[in-house]
Design a protein around this ligand. Structure first.
Ligand code: E4P
Length: 217
């Protein structure tokens, strides 16, 4: 499963990218507002720091303006992916942009029927929002399983990008359910390393090694 980081904070993204485990980045207008700074400059810096796909979202509501925004976003760097909302206008923009060779990430997906339409529009990525469904009393992970089954039934190539991830268990369960990628907030990414038995086990090994009085180098 590819690991994307869900953030527009350049400093934080650079730090996480240094792990060598990051395959891409997703941003959205709320994350851009939270990070502050010039949108295009931020995108340039993120695209330089992370070689994989970097999703940047359009904000227009009509197809023509979405197309203009999407084409402009794609001039920032080759690894920009145009993020469009799962609306009729967004899917029309997706179809045209994909036909022009601009990869799209269809965002704000909350049902399997929506994901089917995004695949029909030729989207490179579909972003089902797990956490927001769970927050709403629905089964976010069940949606990933449904989309996986539909895409496998018809051999759709659209990649399932599990989004709105809240916990390490979300990451694990999305991987088990067959998501192609997960976009993870930096704090949740850091939590993936953690296990108390790793920490206590390492402490014991180092203590026992010290008692031998030897060195490796
Ligand atoms: C996905 O691309 C979105 O940016 C993101 O995952 C939204 O997550 P949230 O529900 O935590 O805002």
């Amino acid at each position: 499963m590819q690991i994307f980081i869900d953030s527009a904070d350049v400093k934080e993204l650079k730090a996480v990218a240094e792990t060598g485990l990051v395959d891409g980045v997703t941003t959205n207008p709320s994350l851009v507002a939270k990070a502050g700074g010039d949108f295009f400059e931020t995108l340039r810096q993120i695209c330089a720091a992370v070689p994989g796909p970097v999703s940047a979202e359009v904000v227009a509501q009509d197809t023509e303006t979405m197309l203009a925004e999407g084409r402009k976003l794609r001039t920032v760097a080759d690894n920009i992916v145009v993020k469009v909302p799962l609306t009729p206008a967004g899917l029309r923009a997706c179809k045209t942009l994909e036909q022009e060779g601009h990869p799209c990430n269809v965002t704000l997906c909350f049902s399997a029927a929506q994901a089917l339409l995004a695949a029909k529009a030729g989207a490179t990525f579909i972003s089902p929002f797990l956490g927001r469904l769970d927050d709403n009393g629905q089964d976010g992970m069940g949606l990933i399983r449904e989309i996986r089954a539909i895409y496998d039934n018809y051999d759709f190539q659209t990649q399932i990008l599990a989004a709105s991830i809240r916990t390490a268990n979300h990451v694990r369960d999305a991987a088990i359910a067959g998501a192609d990628c997960a976009t993870i907030p930096p704090a949740v990414f850091r939590s993936l390393y953690k296990h108390v038995l790793t920490d206590t086990g390492l402490d014991a090994f180092l203590k026992d090694w010290k008692a031998t009085g030897q060195t490796i180098l």
